[in-house]
Design a protein. Structure first.
Length: 406
């Protein structure tokens, strides 16, 4: 940082020119997102030219080394976050399942179950496998497995499927096993599983660590990750979203965020994005949305974000890069065991990524310690909370100054 500041001090014009270029890039990029036709093309062109001009100016002013240093600063932040380690899963050690049943969605995660040979590897562990076929009902299959005497119920699929089967386990007093065979597997991450070791999650049917975790509920639907409302929830309603996320979002954003838009009719908060999560996210930047340090706090986490004007974008980007998104004027975060959302018409929601339209009012609540979840003893644990780029420095100082426990 000292080198960066010294180089900028040698060239006083560099800092204001760089700030202007970055601001123009951000505002023009925002305008391109929320406009259509020729205005979108012109704004995208301005953004590209401003960014190219910034790079050309840096080279002409001899600031290429500064850009390299900034890149190294981001790299150091990433490696420092990796060095902070993980919180190991807590709970009681329990013996192997007496009769374990694994439900498998073969289409989830682009065929993750087949790639990782889950059916074969589950059979090797003595776990019965039930494969979800087109037209079959997942809840019915889970209920049948419970009726047949299963004591541990597992699900290999995405978060939406995990929530449904976890709800059956909750109602039947059974233990639950999460196998991360979906696309993003947020629930598995926050349980402390290694999402790359899909087959390794099957070890939870053997001697494992068992813990009680919370579930969230909206109406009569249980969720393990989150419920989104507002712009994102409207986008995922589109039939084309699953196959073409970027183009679908680009087509819908002008109506949702552009000039003359009608804000979401949610009489709860005036926000473009509202997220209600099963336990709060540790959030200093939007990039930290994937991590919840706890799943047993008995609280819902609520996040609201609103961007009113294109000129807010440079501020938002700067605060995001510094890990200080919570100081942005349009950002709000708080916790509550329950929340009610009112609206004049049915509300578009994304429940663990699944698009639904629910009748208002929406009643959301936390179900504390609702289900017993088993994880393998070799699970790496939940990633430690990740500080922002600048937050890395004081975090390293705290670690260096810490004294070993007596």
């Amino acid at each position: 940082m000292a080198v960066v500041l010294a180089r900028l001090a040698d060239r006083p014009v560099a800092l204001p020119v760089s700030i202007v270029a970055v601001s123009v890039t951000a505002m023009a990029g925002w305008t391109a997102l929320v406009q259509r036709g020729s205005r979108r093309v012109m704004a995208a062109l301005v953004a590209a030219l401003a960014f190219a001009g910034l790079l050309a100016f840096a080279e002409a002013a001899g600031l290429v080394s500064v850009l390299v240093l900034v890149g190294l600063l981001f790299a150091s932040g990433g490696t420092a976050r990796a060095a902070f380690g993980r919180h190991r899963p807590k709970g009681a050690v329990v013996g192997p399942a007496r009769r374990g049943v694994l439900l498998v969605n073969p289409r989830s995660g682009g065929g993750a179950a087949e790639r990782h040979r889950l059916v074969e590897r589950a059979a090797q562990r003595g776990v019965e496998v039930v494969i979800l076929t087109p037209g079959s009902d997942l809840r019915t299959l889970a209920e049948r497995a419970a009726d047949a005497g299963a004591d541990v119920l597992g699900m290999a699929g995405g978060d939406g499927s995990q929530g449904l089967v976890a709800d059956v386990a909750r109602r039947r007093g059974m233990a639950f096993v999460c196998v991360p065979a979906g696309t993003r597997n947020h629930f598995a991450l926050d349980l402390g599983l290694d999402r790359s070791d899909v087959a390794g999650a099957l070890d939870a049917f053997g001697t494992a660590i068992e813990q009680r975790v919370d579930l969230g509920q909206v109406g009569d639907r249980v969720f393990v990750n989150n419920v989104s409302l507002g712009v994102y929830a409207e986008i995922v309603q589109s039939d084309s979203y699953r196959d073409a996320k970027v183009s679908t979002a680009a087509a819908l954003l002008p109506d949702l965020l552009g000039p003359g838009r009608t804000p979401p009719d949610l009489r709860f908060t005036a926000a473009d994005v509202l997220l209600v999560s099963n336990n709060p996210y540790h959030l200093h930047s939007l990039g930290g949305l994937g991590t919840r340090p706890r799943l047993d706090s008995g609280q819902l986490g609520l996040v609201a974000l609103r961007v009113d004007r294109a000129r807010d974008l440079p501020t938002l980007v700067a605060l995001e890069s510094m890990g200080a998104i919570n100081t942005f004027h349009g950002f709000h975060q708080w916790n509550s065991p329950t929340v009610r959302v009112d609206a004049a018409r049915p509300v578009s929601v994304g429940v663990d990524g699944e698009a639904l339209r629910l009748a208002p009012p929406l009643q959301l609540r936390c179900l504390p310690g609702a289900v017993r979840v088993r994880v393998p003893r070799h699970a790496p644990g939940v990633p430690a909370p990740r500080p922002g780029i600048w937050g890395t420095v004081p975090a390293l100082i705290r670690i260096a100054a810490a004294r070993p426990a007596a």
